[in-house]
Design a protein around this ligand. Structure first.
Ligand code: ADP
Length: 599
């Protein structure tokens, strides 16, 4: 199965996911079914031997040899059937596991290939838990489905089928009686399902409420502790737990009783008791002999286990459908448009232009409207504005975390959409607030964008980012694995990310200066590294520092998604607008509501 193989189109998520291996799974189920049928032959063999012995109780010496031969053949046939049956079941399990291996391998690769193409912005708006759930938990659930479900269904249905046929072949009247608990089981099961359907909605809603209040409660603990209040979060949580307990009671009470009845119907004791009771009656009225009852006593109770197994397996299908749905959703995540071979262009120079750019996260709200500006090579552009004005969105558009909903951004005259992603990040580097280090050595983390970099180049970059000495002090130096050998502080992680950007040596840099908001030692180290690194490059910076704003070649003042003022520091101060108000307050990028100081 190549990772480019499309999944077959079907509305049922399980069918869609298992489509490519369905044929193998059916073969596995048939093998398991046939194998189980054969392993049950010894039961019929025992009944047959008993029959021979009882039927020939008053036999002569002449026929003893003949009886012995028949018993031996029955024993041999039973043993052979057991071994062949086990071999077939083994072959079934092997086929299912190989098919499963193929499917999970394909799904994991397909998900990774898809995620490699989705916009970076997709990751920032999502918890890593969501991807982990699909990549690990859901694929593990699908593994149980592919590797175990079909063979288990094969085994259960094989056992049921062969038992029913065998019993009916012996005596249809006794077979009907022995199988009577079966419709009883189905009847109670159906009523249990109906009762759970009635209360399911309330149960799920209350459970969701517990989940959300737990998050609220846990995140509120520091506040509760700090201010010593047992406030709203606590009482909400308490109420959600109480409501859930009541809903759980309403949900489970009728369900438990009905399920207990259903299971009682098909316990081996019930079936055995019924077979013995009715068998005794049949013997008394002369319909059957005791030896004819024996197969029913041996085989009928054996139907219970596969029946209960089938019920459990069908129940598990529900969670498998949810898992398949989530994996498929991940495989259908919208990807970033990539230029085809003919569209690819090479930028001439590094001038960046935003041309009538708008962006909306949702239909109801535009984060940016009609943005126009140019970043001339080698200049510093500072973006300032109140919180929520659209500064980060603007920076992320330049990094293609997402594409503009309207307008275009060009680099050296080429629309970013016509640049290969790797070419884009060779030209534009970034150091943002949210630093992501991967679970790998510090060396690999620095060389993430240029794996071919030499040790010397990596160390030079680390030196320029003021992190070299700290790395040398680690137990395994550059080989220390992040998150395993070393836990880096926020400021140190930022310096590693600066070293990563330095190694790529991009002519354009997008920088969020809030990176400097760490402890004093780190701040000095980061500022030194950044001022060295940014020299001579085109810089777009979400500015928080007086120096940056004051000395920027141009300042873009954003408010409510539009550029309302633009120019140099002196020019903007002279306009006495929003910039002047921000300047007066001394906060260039984070204030929520600019307040005009009263005179
Ligand atoms: P700033 O960086 O100036 O604080 P942002 O660019 O983060 O502003 O946000 C601009 C607007 O877009 C805000 O109204 C914010 O609520 C909204 N926004 C930001 N990120 C997202 C997102 N991932 N999904 C939906 N809306 C968002």
């Amino acid at each position: 199965m190549s990772t480019n193989t499309p999944l077959t189109q079907s509305k049922n998520p399980i069918r869609q996911v298992l489509g490519p291996i369905r044929g193998r799974l059916i073969i596995a189920a048939l093998l398991a079914s046939l194998g189980t049928m054969l392993t049950l032959v010894p039961l019929a063999g025992i009944a047959h031997i008993a029959n021979i012995l009882f039927a020939n109780a008053d036999t002569t010496k002449l026929t003893i040899g003949h009886i012995e031969t028949e018993i031996w053949w029955t024993v041999i046939a039973s043993v052979v059937c057991v071994f062949v049956g086990m071999a077939l079941m083994l072959a079934g399990e092997l086929t299912a596991h190989l098919a499963d291996n193929r499917m999970t391998h394909y799904l994991r690769l397909a998900v990774i290939q898809r995620l490699a193409q989705v916009p970076l912005g997709w990751f920032t708006s999502r918890a890593s838990g969501e991807v982990k759930q699909a990549m690990q938990d859901d694929i593990a659930t699908l593994h149980s489905l592919a590797a175990h479900f079909y063979t288990a269904v094969g085994r259960a249905s094989g056992a049921l089928l062969v038992s029913v046929i065998y019993l009916f072949a012996l005596d249809w009247r006794m077979a009907i009686i022995a199988l009577l608990p079966l419709p009883g089981f189905l009847l109670f099961l159906r009523r249990a399902m109906q009762s759970s359907d009635v209360n399911m909605h309330e149960f799920v809603t209350r459970l969701e409420r517990i989940n959300s209040t737990t998050t609220e409660f846990v995140s509120g603990i520091p506040v509760v502790k700090a201010f010593g209040v047992n406030g709203q979060a606590h009482s909400n949580y308490q109420k959600a737990v109480d409501d859930f307990a009541q809903a759980f009671d309403r949900f489970t009470r009728p369900l438990v009783a009905l399920m207990a009845h259903a299971h009682a119907m098909v316990t081996p004791v019930t079936v055995l008791g019924l077979a013995l009771a009715v068998g005794t009656l049949f013997i008394a009225i002369g319909w059957m002999t005791p030896v004819e009852i024996l197969p029913f006593v041996l085989v009928a109770p054996g139907i219970c286990a596969p029946l209960l197994l089938l019920h459990t397996l069908l129940h598990d299908l529900g969670s498998a459908a949810g898992a398949a749905q989530r994996v498929l959703a991940l495989l259908e995540t919208p990807i970033l448009e990539q230029p085809n071979h003919n569209q690819q262009q090479l930028p001439s120079g590094h001038e960046i232009r935003f041309e009538s750019v708008s962006y909306a996260y949702s239909d109801s709200h535009r984060a940016l409207s009609n943005i126009n500006f140019t970043l001339k090579p080698g200049t510093v552009t500072a973006i300032v504005g109140p919180s929520g004005a659209g500064k980060s969105t603007l920076a992320k558009l330049l990094l293609r975390f997402f594409d503009p909903t309207q307008g275009c951004i060009t680099l050296g005259g080429v629309d970013l959409r016509h640049l290969e992603t790797s070419a884009l990040y060779r030209h534009i580097g970034f150091v943002l607030q949210e630093v992501r280090l991967i679970h790998a050595s510090i060396r690999d983390n620095i060389a993430l964008g240029r794996p071919s970099a030499s040790q010397q180049e990596i160390e030079d970059a680390a030196r320029a980012a003021n992190i070299h000495e700290r790395i040398l002090a680690l137990p395994h130096g550059y080989s220390s694995v992040v998150g395993e050998d070393v836990q880096l502080s926020g400021g140190e992680q930022q310096r590693v990310s600066i070293a990563r950007a330095i190694l790529l040596d991009p002519p354009v840099l997008v920088l969020d200066e809030a990176t400097a908001a760490t402890d004093a030692g780190n701040e000095v180290a980061i500022q030194e590294a950044l001022s060295r690194f940014t020299q001579g490059r085109t810089l777009l910076v979400i500015a928080h520092r007086l120096d940056t704003v004051k000395h920027a070649d141009q300042i873009l003042v954003l408010d409510n998604g539009t550029i309302i003022e633009q120019g140099s520091h002196q020019h903007l101060l002279a306009q006495r607008g929003l910039y002047t108000r921000l300047w007066t307050l001394g906060d260039y990028a984070t204030i929520t509501e600019p307040k005009v100081p009263s005179c």
